[in-house]
Design a protein. Structure first.
Length: 492
């Protein structure tokens, strides 16, 4: 690699958008699979939220973001992503993303949960993520300043004698290979693969957060995991998703008796718990879009329609069985407003980062927005910055790889003890189990992250946003959680 290259670990929306925005500065993008195949960005159905419509305003979008975050969103960051969002949508349009249009040519915008205005831009109803990734992949492959390296899996950060991050150690076909850079940016995505029921790709195991934590980076709010209320409950792994846009179009949530039991456009944590309660009580939970969408399903929501039909469900004539599933991680590697982490030479962007934008409960379709806004800001910071002098760098010891059988076991434990409803006893038991596991198999990036999630969830003796403790059902004073891998914590 050239000494001035920026190393981007991850090739989802955040990583590829950052790479394109860095032009003409050279960069190398590492992808653990062929482009588009292991990225949750390509699976995003709802779209991207931005205040673009007449009658809407970034201040209203920021207010909705703060309200959804249950007291833990930084208003300044909410204002930042809301104000910069419209320009980033224009960037995506310039890259060829075919967002849906109204008959008069304006951007079509849908209403999703906890938004006060319709402001979510979509593609063919539920194909926004795929369309965005297709456009970015095409542009990135054609860009002369971008080198793409596929099928390499990052395992550990490289650090020099001063402690600065200088790259990553990767694994490819059983062999280790080191990649160095003037700055390293983690864009490694989410953690849904740590749960038995998830809408995320299997590779979404929080590797980037685990790597950063093991190197001493500060981690914030790992206990806040958002469970999408309406994964399609047909026994698939990962679970296909019934986009929130269906509820925005008027689909209703009903139980087996046909009774509506929750407001469809309530915040996601409220809807997820309501569905969990109905299912636990044996009443079942279903998304009924027969009247709202009906025969328009194939054209308006092709992804959902195909997933249902492949499982023997015709959503035009049958309610869709749904269940909450691990979907998005609000916590992550602490960054400032320009993407810097607490480690020199390391930035983070996208779902692996904690920017204070989402608080305890992400506002629907703000994830893609946050990714492009902060990718743009990191590019602005790095595009013309001077590269540090090259220095020798070494990885941290290890880590070990988590055995497949251990991962399967931990997905079941996380589903049972750290899911929609949690208890202190269950979390404490799981912590004891993961500590025993590490004695046997050694510390892994995944086990480090699991410990952080469980430790933070046990320490938060209240219910707030996506974190619900049945033994502490009420909220206390708002506070954020900050931890390192050594489990030291502080509040702010």
């Amino acid at each position: 690699m050239r000494a001035d290259s920026v190393l981007i670990v991850g090739a989802g929306l955040a990583g590829l958008f950052l790479a394109l925005k860095l032009a003409p500065r050279p960069c190398v993008v590492l992808s653990q699979a062929p482009l588009g195949q292991a990225s949750a960005s390509a699976w995003a159905q709802g779209g991207l939220a931005a205040a673009l419509a007449p009658g809407d305003d970034p201040a209203l979008h920021a207010e909705d973001t703060v309200n959804a975050g249950a007291g833990l969103v930084d208003p300044a960051i909410a204002g930042l992503i809301a104000s910069e969002g419209p320009a980033r949508v224009m960037d995506l349009i310039a890259l060829g993303v075919p967002f849906d249009r109204t008959p008069d040519g304006a951007l079509a915008q849908s209403l999703e949960a906890a938004h006060s205005r319709p402001r979510v831009v979509r593609v063919s109803g539920d194909l926004a993520g795929k369309a965005i990734m297709d456009a970015l992949i095409l542009a990135a492959r054609a860009a002369p300043h971008i080198e793409i390296v596929e099928n390499v899996r990052a395992r550990a950060l490289l650090r020099d004698d001063t402690g600065a991050v200088r790259g990553v150690r990767t694994r490819h076909n059983g062999e280790d290979a080191d990649f160095t850079g003037a700055e390293t940016v983690l864009a490694t995505g989410g953690i849904g693969g740590l749960y038995a029921v998830t809408t995320n790709p299997p590779a979404a195991l929080g590797t980037g957060i685990g790597m950063a934590a093991r190197a001493g980076a500060l981690i914030a709010d790992p206990e806040f995991v958002q469970f999408h209320p309406t994964a399609i409950d047909v026994g698939h792994d990962p679970a296909p998703l019934a986009t929130e846009a269906l509820r925005g179009e008027g689909a209703h949530l009903i139980n087996a008796a046909g009774e509506n039991f929750v407001s469809e456009l309530a915040p996601r944590d409220v809807v997820a718990r309501a569905i969990h309660i109905e299912r636990e009580a044996g009443r079942g939970a279903f998304l009924d879009a027969r009247s709202a969408v009906g025969n328009e399903f194939p054209a308006h929501f092709p992804t959902v329609f195909a997933a249902c039909m492949s499982a023997g469900i015709d959503p035009r004539t049958q309610p869709i069985p749904v269940a909450p599933a691990a979907h998005y991680h609000m916590g992550g590697i602490v960054t400032d407003a320009w993407g810097r982490t607490t480690l020199t030479g390391l930035a983070a962007v996208g779902e692996c980062a904690s920017t204070s934008a989402h608080g305890a409960n992400r506002l629907a379709s703000n994830s893609l927005l946050e990714a492009v806004v902060f990718a743009h800001r990191i590019a602005e910071r790095l595009r013309d910055s001077a590269a540090p002098p090259p220095t020798p760098a070494q990885p941290l010891d290890g880590p070990h790889d988590m055995p497949t059988e251990s991962l399967t076991k931990w997905r079941a434990i996380m589903q049972a003890e750290a899911c929609v409803v949690r208890t202190g006893a269950g979390l404490a038991k799981a912590i004891t189990q993961i500590e025993a596991e590490e004695i046997t198999t050694g510390e892994t990036n995944e086990s480090t992250l699991i410990r952080l999630i469980l430790t933070a969830a046990l320490a938060r003796t209240e219910s707030r946003g996506a974190h619900f403790r049945s033994d502490y059902p009420d909220a206390s004073a708002p506070r954020r959680t900050f931890l390192t891998a050594a489990h030291s914590a502080a509040s702010a």
